[in-house]
Design a protein around this ligand. Structure first.
Ligand code: TRP
Length: 336
C-alpha cells in the first residue's frame, strides 16, 4: 500500500430499491468530495441486502448497476476502491468474531431494527437483528478512520466504536476507532409525498423518490406532484411547511445557492414556478450522470476490472486484519 499517510474513509450502500437523489445528495456527492483526501473504500453491501427478501437475479443486476452509478456520480476508480462486500469473505468472518463481543441488549436498543422489524414483520430474521455487527465488521476490517453515514446510521456507528474499543481493551490495540462523518441537516432529502420521513431508495411508492436513473419526464412529473403545503407564499418553514421546505433544500443543494436567496428569488411567485424550475434543475444535474451510466453499464469488462482490483486490494487489507484478530482471540494459525 502506498498512500499510507492518508486517513482511511469507508462507506457503503445496500443494494436494494433504486439509488435516489437523496443518496446522491446525502452520500455520493460527499464521497466524491472526500475521495481525494482519503484512501477511500466504497462498498456495495450485498450481504446486508440479504436481510430482506430479494429476487436473486434482480439483486445480482442491482449490484452492478449500483457500482456503475457510483462511478457515474464521480467516484474515481483510479483513486478509490469499489468493492462488492461478498467478494471479501473476511466481512462475514470478522462479523462472527465481533458478534461474540456484542451484547443482545445492545442490539435490542437499535432503533433501526425496531423500525425494520415492524415494516418486515413477516420476516424478522436473525440477520436483520445482527445487521449492525456486520456493519461494524465492514468498517473495522479496513481500519477506517472516517465513515460518512446518514443521521439514521449514527447509532450503528456508535456501536461499531464500542465494539472496537471493547476488542482493543480485551485483547490489545487492534482496531482503529472510527469517526462518523454526518452531513449537515440540509443534505437530508425527505420523501416527496410524505416529507415527515426520509426519501428512501427502498420505498415501494416510487412517487416518493427521484431515482438517479429516472427519465427527465418522470423527474419533472414527480416534482410537480410533490406535496406542498397550504398557503401560497414561498418561505422556508420546515415545521409548518415541510413539503415546501424539502423542495427548497433540494433546490439549494443542487444549485449550491443559499435557501434564503432562493426564497428571495421566488418572492411573489407560485409553488408551481418553483416546482417547474426545480424539475429542470434536477433533470440537468442528473443528465450527465445518466449519460455516463448508460456507457459504463454496457462495458462489463471495465466494470469487472474495477471489481477485480477492488476485491484484490481490499482482500489484502482484510487478510492482514483477520490474521491479527484470529491470533489475538487465540485461534491456531493456518499451517504453512
Ligand atoms: N447500514 C448502512 C445503511 O443502511 C449501510 C452500510 C453497511 C454501511 N455497511 C456500512 C455504511 C459501512 C457505512 C459503513 O445506510
Amino acid at each position: 500500500m502506498t498512500e499510507t499517510s492518508k486517513p482511511v474513509l469507508l462507506s457503503g450502500i445496500q443494494p436494494s430499491g433504486h439509488l435516489c437523489i437523496g443518496n446522491y445528495v446525502g452520500a455520493l456527492k460527499n464521497w466524491v468530495t472526500l475521495q481525494s483526501s482519503h484512501k477511500s473504500i466504497f462498498l456495495v453491501v450485498d450481504l446486508h441486502a440479504l436481510t430482506v427478501k430479494q429476487v436473486p437475479s434482480e439483486l445480482r443486476n442491482r449490484c452492478l448497476s449500483f457500482l456503475a452509478q457510483y462511478i457515474a456520480c464521480g467516484i474515481d476508480p483510479e483513486q478509490s476502491l469499489m468493492v462488492i462486500q461478498s467478494h471479501v469473505s473476511q466481512h462475514a468472518e470478522l462479523s462472527w468474531v465481533l458478534s461474540s463481543l456484542t451484547y443482545m441488549g445492545e442490539l435490542n436498543r437499535m432503533t433501526q431494527f425496531k423500525e425494520k422489524s415492524t415494516r418486515h414483520n413477516e420476516n424478522i430474521n436473525a440477520a436483520l437483528f445482527s445487521y449492525p455487527i456486520l456493519m461494524a465488521a465492514d468498517i473495522l476490517l479496513y481500519q477506517a478512520d472516517l465513515v460518512p453515514v446518514g443521521a439514521d446510521q449514527k447509532q450503528h456507528l456508535e456501536l461499531a466504536r464500542d465494539i472496537a474499543q471493547r476488542f482493543n481493551h480485551n485483547y490489545s490495540e487492534t482496531f482503529t476507532v472510527p469517526q462518523p462523518y454526518i452531513p449537515k441537516q440540509g443534505a437530508r432529502i425527505m420523501s416527496l409525498q410524505d416529507p415527515a420521513s426520509k426519501m428512501s431508495k427502498s420505498d415501494k411508492n416510487l412517487n416518493n423518490l427521484i431515482s438517479i436513473l429516472d427519465p427527465p419526464d418522470v423527474i419533472r412529473k414527480k416534482i410537480k406532484r410533490a406535496v406542498t403545503d397550504s398557503g401560497k407564499e414561498i418561505i422556508y418553514q420546515p415545521e409548518d411547511k415541510p413539503g415546501l421546505a424539502n423542495l427548497l433544500v433540494l433546490f439549494s443543494v443542487l444549485t449550491n445557492k443559499k435557501i434564503q436567496n432562493i426564497v428571495a428569488d421566488y418572492q411573489g411567485k407560485m409553488y408551481s414556478h418553483l416546482k417547474e424550475d426545480l424539475g429542470e434543475i434536477a433533470v440537468e444535474v442528473l443528465a450527465p450522470i445518466q449519460d455516463e451510466y448508460s456507457k459504463i453499464i454496457k462495458d462489463k469488462k471495465y466494470l469487472n476490472g474495477i471489481l477485480k482490483n477492488g476485491a484484490e486490494q481490499a482482500s489484502y487489507i482484510a487478510r492482514k486484519t483477520m490474521s491479527k484478530v484470529y491470533r489475538k482471540v487465540g485461534l491456531v494459525p493456518y499451517p504453512r
